[in-house]
Ligand binder design. Structure first.
Ligand code: HEM
Length: 376
């Protein structure tokens, strides 16, 4: 992700990029891309339709991860990746290889010094090259269309290009970093959120029942889920928030101290990486009543006022809070509404119910389910 928004350390440069990219992620802007959110969700429902035979074991985490990749490709860059139907397309494979390489590099920073890893590293760098060539082509096409005065979508790519308009000196590499950043930052996180929602709902039938009642009453079988529908699905909002509390996809947001700080009598020197264990805080009685119980009521409009901002922040806090939080919110709610309109799910017994933490926190057992259509 190089000098992309997530990893960039230069404060001034970050602030400039963030100011230009922020409007692309505002709720009012994302509303304009509602059709794309619906289209990718519908394509995903067709995929689930094929899997919902009441017999097959479906790993929901894998399905959601593919869908989330398709969502970023479409909503951010107007690209129809359609990886839910199989990831044999070279671009999808390259994206997955790049993610894997990024993760493995995080686990073993000395990898480059180990000759027996060089063949593997080459497969990763080849994939990154393919990805960069592809994004370079997309960017060139878009710039060409803009220069000819053609109509172009108001997607995130258009905002990345605004970086170049604001500073023509910006390198092509940096623009590519930004392009790749959104693929990485927005895929696994939202995929995990939706997989955790299925896991939590399947284990809490009363919550699921109430949610289904809300969906049936508020949207019924409505095909296009828009912003107003999402606003009226208030219990769904509470369910999303409670899932993010008990199962935060980013379990430990981190910061680097810029001056010495005292915490609990200990001095933390400048330049220390400090991470806050959201996952553990959610499990502590010091911060939440009956913390292990999955209880969306914590986020009912009245109760939510009592939730302390400094104990619950799945999208982090401060200026470097997640830029994609509304994107994730619209995506998760649109997809889950459509899924619950059509399907029921049942967890396969005896699968691991814990979490694994790598770059993100994901369900260990990949949420294996049997799916059925609701008419069955
Ligand atoms: C449920 C889904 C998501 C969760 C839980 C999540 C969580 C987070 C967190 C905790 C951070 C801050 C990291 C830190 O402070 O250490 C962050 C940053 C970021 N996220 Fe997300 N995120 C999600 C979805 C998305 C999506 C969909 C996108 C883009 C389409 C995105 C793009 C970013 C970017 C670019 C940053 C860096 C922002 C900056 O430093 O200015 N995220 N996210």
């Amino acid at each position: 992700m190089g000098e992309g928004l997530v990893t960039i350390n230069d404060k001034k440069k970050w602030a400039w990029k963030r100011a230009i990219l922020n409007p692309a992620f505002q709720k009012s802007h994302l509303r304009k891309l509602e059709d794309d959110f619906n289209e990718v969700s519908d394509f995903f429902m067709n995929r689930l339709e094929k899997l919902a035979d009441g017999k097959r074991v479906v790993k929901m985490l894998d399905e959601f991860n593919h869908m989330a990749l398709d969502m970023i490709a479409k909503v951010a860059y107007a690209v129809d990746l359609k990886s839910v139907d199989g990831d044999d397309n070279p671009l999808t494979q390259a994206i997955y290889k790049a993610f894997e390489g990024f993760q493995k590099h995080g686990e073993d920073r000395l990898m480059k010094l180990k000759p027996w890893k060089w063949a593997y590293i080459k497969t990763v760098t080849d994939s990154i090259q393919l990805l960069r060539n592809y994004t370079r082509e997309q960017m060139a096409k878009r710039l060409d269309a803009i220069s000819k005065g053609e109509h172009v979508p108001e997607d995130i790519l258009s905002f990345i290009i605004k970086l170049k308009e604001s500073d023509p000196e910006i390198s092509e590499e940096e623009l590519l970093d930004e392009f790749v950043t959104f693929f990485v930052a927005g895929q696994e996180t939202t995929g995990n959120l939706m997989a955790f929602m299925i896991m939590d709902l399947a284990q809490n039938p009363d919550v699921l029942k109430r949610l289904l009642t809300e969906i049936d009453q508020v949207v019924g079988k409505k095909a296009v889920i828009n912003h107003d529908d999402l606003n009226r699905l208030t219990y769904l909002d509470m369910v999303v928030k409670e899932t993010l509390r008990l199962h935060p996809p980013v379990g430990q947001p981190a910061r680097i101290t810029t001056k010495p700080m005292e915490v609990g009598g200990y001095i933390i020197p400048t330049g220390t990486i400090v991470s806050v264990a959201l996952f553990s805080m959610a499990r502590s009685e010091e911060f939440f009543d009956d913390p292990l119980t999955y209880n969306p009521e914590r986020f009912s409009p009245d109760a939510e006022k009592k939730v302390d901002t400094y104990t619950y922040f799945p999208f982090s806090l401060g200026p470097r809070t997640c830029i994609g939080r509304y994107f994730a919110d619209i995506e998760a709610k649109t997809v889950m509404t459509k899924l619950l309109q059509r399907f029921t799910f049942e967890l396969i017994p005896n699968q691991p119910m814990g979490v694994v933490e790598k770059l993100t926190m994901s369900p260990k057992g990949r949420v294996q389910c049997i799916l059925r259509t609701r008419e069955d």
